[in-house]
Design a protein around this ligand. Structure first.
Ligand SMILES: Nc1nc2c(ncn2[C@@H]2O[C@H](COP(=O)(O)OP(=O)(O)OP(=O)(O)O)[C@@H](O)[C@H]2O)c(=O)[nH]1
Ligand SMILES: [Mg+2]
Length: 364
């Protein structure tokens, strides 16, 4: 076997060279484009390097045109040869391989549905770990349709604890939380409901002498409901005001908004609230709050021993997942949700089923 390397500008020129040199029996073993060595090669066009071989023992007549099938006397002959090899390889793909790849595609479709669902759930700010628990034990084929929706809503509702007689500690309720979340408005909505519609005897107390206009704000609501408001400046006054109102059906206590990062301001409030026992403390949070901040607030207000949650402003956001996170992580009941500024209308009891529908209704 004689093997030789040729440099040419194109395949036609290479074939001519090979035919002239090795004769018509030669076959091309390989071909590649290269640059000639040295500075001259760097600046000149790339050349074609072709390796050809001829078996000197074979009868010349029998393999006359063995060069021909591999190159068609043109520069793209090498490419055509490669295409032919690829075609041959493709032919070797068996039925089994095809069936396998079809199955793989189907699986990808399924996980695509699951991915889409998970993304939709995390987009409304449900934490990824809670999404996993939410979808636990569902089957791939379940991820769509009415039956799935029903099951998912049921599962989400099971994460939310309802308010029951057994978890109502007291008829004295204090509303605490960060500034501006809607504590006073929510208190007024409840006061008006229980007083005007349920005929209960209501007491109103405020320990918010911090913000200008806060007392006046509650006073206005008190006038509408038809009850006076006790304004207290010290823990001692607070205790006495509660004692004075204790016989009432319901005593609602307004507090100054405390920034959750300010442990000292929350501690000040704690001194007041500790003066009264038993007391049910409701942490009021705005559902507009980012989940990460919401988690921090739940933590920062822990020192007040709140036992129920209220979420306001659900009319202001489409991503209500953090409500589900809060319910799941704290295990505390969601007493109320509010959905507007109108007193007393825009408030609802936070029933688990209603909340599940509100949170997930648009996703599934
Ligand atoms: N859109 C909407 N606005 C609300 C809701 N609840 C309260 N607000 C508005 O939120 C603003 C603040 O409400 P407040 O009740 O004064 O809030 P707060 O928590 O008592 O505020 P501070 O006492 O200053 O901490 C007011 O403009 C309310 O009308 C609600 O559910 N939806
Ligand atoms: Mg207020």
């Amino acid at each position: 076997m004689k093997i030789k390397r040729y440099l040419a500008r194109n395949m036609k020129e290479a074939c001519d060279l090979i035919r002239n040199d090795l004769g018509p029996d030669a076959v091309i073993v390989s071909s590649q484009k290269i640059r000639e060595r040295g500075i001259k090669g760097f600046f000149s066009p790339r050349k074609l390097e072709v390796t050809a071989a001829v078996d000197e023992t074979e009868e010349k007549e029998s393999i006359k045109v063995s060069i021909k099938p591999q190159v068609k006397d043109s520069e793209d002959g090498g490419l055509k040869q490669e295409l032919w090899q690829i075609k041959e390889l493709l032919k070797k793909v068996t039925e089994k391989d095809l069936a396998l790849s079809k199955k793989e595609n189907e699986n990808n479709d399924e996980s695509y549905n699951l991915k889409k669902l998970k993304k939709a759930l995390t987009d409304i700010e449900i934490q990824p770990d809670i999404v996993e628990v939410l979808l636990q034990d569902f089957k791939e084929e379940d991820y769509q349709g009415e039956a799935f929706k029903e099951k998912l809503l049921k599962r989400a509702a099971s994460f939310i604890k309802p308010v029951t007689r057994s978890n109502q500690k007291s008829n004295i309720l204090a509303f605490v939380g960060p500034p501006g979340v809607g504590k006073t408005t929510t208190l007024a909505k409840l006061g008006a409901h229980f007083s005007l519609f349920n005929g209960l005897d209501i007491g109103l107390i405020t320990i918010d002498t911090y913000r200008i206009g806060a007392v006046q704000q509650l006073q206005t609501y008190g006038d509408i409901i038809g009850v006076s408001v006790d304004v207290v400046m010290t823990p001692g006054e607070f205790k006495r005001a509660v004692e004075k109102n204790r016989k009432k059906d319901l005593v609602l206590i307004d507090t100054a908004g405390r920034p959750s990062k300010s442990a000292s301001q929350i501690s000040e409030l704690k001194v007041y609230l500790q003066a009264v026992e038993p007391i049910d403390i409701y942490l009021v949070l705005s559902s507009e709050t980012k989940d990460r901040d919401m988690m921090r607030m739940l933590n920062d207000f822990k020192m007040l021993n709140y036992s129920k949650l209220i979420f306001t402003k659900i009319d202001e956001t489409e991503a209500l997942g953090s409500i589900l996170n809060a319910a799941y992580i704290t295990g505390l009941p969601i007493a109320y949700i509010t959905n507007g500024q109108s007193v007393p209308d825009d408030i609802d009891a936070g029933s688990p089923e209603l909340l599940a529908e509100l949170i997930l209704g648009d996703v599934v």
